[in-house]
Design a protein around this ligand. Sequence first.
Ligand SMILES: Nc1ncnc2c1ncn2[C@@H]1O[C@H](COP(=O)(O)OP(=O)(O)OP(=O)(O)O)[C@@H](O)[C@H]1O
Ligand SMILES: [Mg+2]
Length: 240
Amino acid sequence: MLVARGLTRRFGMITAVDAVDLDLAPGDAVGLIGPNGAGKSTLLSLLAGDAPPDAGSFVLDGRSIAHLPLHARVRAGIARAAQIPQTFARLTLRENALLPAQHGARLPARAAQLWADEVLALCGLADKAGSMAGALGLLDRKRLELAKAVAARPRVLLLDEVAAGLTEPEIATIKALVDKLRDGRAVVWVEHIPFALRGTCARLVVMDKGAKLLDGPFDEVWSHPDLQRIYMGVADGRAA
Ligand SMILES: Nc1ncnc2c1ncn2[C@@H]1O[C@H](COP(=O)(O)OP(=O)(O)OP(=O)(O)O)[C@@H](O)[C@H]1O
Ligand SMILES: [Mg+2]
């Protein structure tokens, strides 16, 4: 479904993403891990369309989309929940979810409203649907960021640290949501918390210094000696 080849992004002297290849099939749930600064968020930005790649190609359902801008990417079927939530503070939660339901999923008005409300409920925000997004605390802002991405009904759903700062029961809710959403689409989930990815992501990709180092079945990658090596020197001395 998605084939990325040689994706590269530089910031001055730093190669944040260095010739990364990635293949995704419908139903794939891929955990993406790596130390701080490994290039995970930048890779998601390249896929989501925030920034054009300096090199590389990227095809979704047979269509080259590497140079499509953000809004066209969402319509093409790629949506991301960003590490720093990008919600519209002066809109209600319902309005925030309605925009991607209409313009991303391209649902007609009534269906979009129903879907927006359903997604807010799935993300545990039903009781706040009429509140202003600007009034939310961090956890609910993260949930809303997730809801907005899901509301677009993407073919590829990119999640950047949506579980950071959540409690285990809250993370379990998100895992159940991701499981529910996986049918017919692919999920790439960046997270430092192993509990969030284990069981939900059958596949694990490891990045370090911009490059993709490992890509395979979760348990195989998790126990790979190279994983221990790249995390050496990390404060708590273990992976993620
Ligand atoms: N807009 C930018 N301008 C300059 N450098 C950047 C920019 N965005 C990212 N970088 C650099 O690119 C590298 C990769 O950063 P990125 O945010 O993708 O890492 P990450 O794996 O998401 O890290 P974290 O786990 O801390 O979120 C880092 O060296 C970072 O400082
Ligand atoms: Mg990041």
